[in-house]
Design a protein. Structure first.
Ligand code: NAP
Length: 248
C-alpha cells in the first residue's frame, strides 16, 4: 500500500515482537531494513530470513542502544555501507515491573538507559544525514501507560512518557529540515514482553479494552509504516495510539 522503495530503515530491537513485525512490514513496503538486536542473534537472523524469504531486503546489526559509543560506531558503519538512513524506529525497550517500594536504583538506571537514553543516542546518530537529505522519519515506541499510568509500572511508564516529550521536542527542532518525528503508543500487545503476565492480569486488561482483546504486533507495525511513508508527511509531533480503545 505505502511505497518505501529506495529507503533505508533501522529498527532497534527488530529481532523480536513489535520490532520484528515492524521490520517485516517496512521491508514489505520496499525499504531495506537494518534489524538491530542486543543479544538474541538467532531471533535477529530469523527476522532477516523471514524478510528475505518474502523477497525483501534486510541485514542484522548488533548493538546495545544504551551504549552511546556502540550506537555511534554501528550507525556510522551502516551509513558507510548504505549512504543513508531515512527511517529510524526507536523500538528497543525493556520493562522491569515493580511496585515503587521494590524499585532498585539498578532497575531505574537500566530502564532509563535503554528506553530513553537509547532513543536519544540513535536519533542523534541518524539526524545529521537526515538533515543533509532534507528528509527523515523518526518513530518512537511509547506505550498506553505513558498516558494512563499503571500500578507496578511507574518507572516503565515514566520512561515511555519521556519519549513523548522527546518526540514533541524533536518534531519542533527538525520540522524545517523535512524530518518528521512521531510516537506510536501501543496498548497491550502479544509479545515476549507480555507473555509472563498472569492470566488474571491478562483478563483484567482484556476487560478494560473496548475491542475485547490484546493487540497483535502487526497492528502496531501498520501504524509505523504509515508514519514512515510519504503520505504521512504532514504529521509530526503526534502520538498514534494503537490500544483497542483502552485509553481514549
Ligand atoms: P520484546 O518482545 O521484549 O522485544 C524487545 C526487543 O528489544 C528485542 O528485540 C530486544 O533485543 C531489544 N532490546 C532490548 N534491549 C535492547 C538494547 N539495550 N539494545 C538493543 N536492543 C534491545 O518487546 P516488545 O513487546 O516487542 O516491545 C517493543 C517496544 O514496544 C518496546 O519499546 C516496548 O516498551 C513497547 N511496547 C510494548 C508493548 C507490549 O504490550 N508488548 C506495549 C506498549 C509498548 P534481543 O532480542 O537481542 O534481546
Amino acid at each position: 500500500m505505502f511505497d518505501l522503495a529506495g529507503k533505508i530503515a533501522i529498527v532497534t530491537g527488530g529481532s523480536r515482537g513489535i520490532g520484528r513485525a515492524t521490520s517485516i512490514a517496512l521491508a514489505q513496503a520496499g525499504a531495506l531494513v537494518l534489524v538491530n538486536y542486543r543479544s538474541n542473534e538467532d531471533a535477529a537472523r530469523e527476522t532477516v530470513r523471514l524478510i528475505e524469504d518474502a523477497g525483501g531486503k534486510a541485514e542484522f546489526v548488533a548493538f546495545d542502544v544504551a551504549d552511546p559509543d556502540s550506537v555511534d560506531r554501528s550507525i556510522k558503519e551502516a551509513l558507510a555501507r548504505h549512504g543513508q538512513i531515512d527511517i529510524l524506529v526507536n523500538n528497543a525497550g525493556i520493562s522491569i515491573d515493580q511496585l515503587l517500594l521494590r524499585v532498585s536504583a539498578k532497575d531505574l538506571e537500566m530502564t532509563w538507559a535503554t528506553n530513553v537514553n537509547g532513543a536519544v543516542y540513535c536519533a542523534k546518530a541518524c539526524i545529521r544525514p537526515m538533515m543533509k537529505k532534507r528528509w527523515g522519519r523518526i518513530i518512537n515506541l511509547s506505550s498506553v501507560v505513558a498516558e494512563s499510568g499503571n500500578a507496578g509500572q511507574a518507572v516503565y511508564s515514566a520512561s515511555k512518557a519521556a519519549l513523548l516529550g522527546l518526540t514533541r521536542s524533536l518534531a519542533r527542532e527538525y520540522a524545517s529540515r523535512g524530518i518528521t518525528v512521531n510516537a506510536v503508543a501501543p496498548g497491550f500487545i502479544e509479545t515476549d514482553m507480555t507473555a509472563d503476565l498472569p492470566p488474571a492480569a491478562m483478563q483484567g486488561i482484556v476487560d478494560q479494552t473496548p475491542l475485547g482483546r490484546i493487540g497483535r504486533p502487526e497492528e502496531v507495525a501498520a501504524a509505523v509504516v504509515f508514519l514512515a511513508s510519504e503520505e504521512a508527511g504532514y504529521i509530526t509531533g503526534q502520538v498514534v495510539r494503537v490500544n483497542g480503545g483502552m485509553h481514549v
